[in-house]
Write a protein that binds this ligand. Sequence first.
Ligand code: ATP
Ligand code: MG
Length: 273
Amino acid sequence: MVDYPKWHRVDPKSFVLSQAPTKTKEDLDGNKISRKDAYKVYLENIEALKVLQFKMWVEKKTSLLIVFQAMDTGGKDGAIRKCFGPLNPQGVLTHAFKVPSDEEASHDFLWRIHKFAPAKGMIQIYNRSHYEDVLVVRVHDYKPEAVWKKNYQHIVNYEELLADSGTLVLKFMLNISLDEQKERLQERLDDETRHWKFSSGDLKERKLWPDYMDAFQEALVKTSTPSAPWYVIPADRKWYRNYAITTIVRQTLESLDMSWPSPEEGLSKIVIE
Ligand code: ATP
Ligand code: MG
């Protein structure tokens, strides 16, 4: 059984989202870390992750699923690029889940999700995920309460199936403040090269912030399990976010104790002419 790190992990018995920081400088031991030092650790983490990913890919025993959820402008795209962009692209896949298509909507909510579950040796990233069915669906009453209420258990069961099949599951909620979102939306208005990122729909969702926080709170405590834990990452500062995510992924993979496959016999006697 993998040993998931405790740092920033949601403890379902005590976690309160409204008290979780969006900004912190605390390192693993509770000491202060500077931006410069965190960046140094981040770079070390990336180098370590390259080797760990390669081992996982060669070994083909384990796979890793990473789930990203956040409010709009929360930094999912940036986190994916900065934390997984430097890895071997042959071993990393990402999929962004949007509003379900007609075909997707005509199946159960996990149908489109399970198709993208990672094969052995692979890292799969979900940019949004099955959690939309207890977040946006709940906030907007897209489905009756009697329907989405049952999804928590379906999700726990689905993720347990993945874990039982050799998939590690790490779920990251990028926790930004309402003020930080305002700044990031404003930047998209001010900077011409970011205009394409601005969506007035995001302003509508922003008004529903308290409802989303309630929905996140319930989702986080109901689905953070020993085999598929949630991590709530203080994400107002991008450097801290990248430092924290890479540290957690690195520690998770290091706890696996992976090994290179055994070589053919007699390799040491081979002479290449
Ligand atoms: P970005 O805006 O950074 O490009 P995004 O993830 O916000 O990325 P969008 O295309 O803006 O991508 O939004 C996707 C939308 O799809 C989100 O508003 C999300 O809530 C919605 N969505 C995803 N899954 C579902 C679902 N199961 N039911 C309803 N809406 C969903
Ligand atoms: Mg969007």
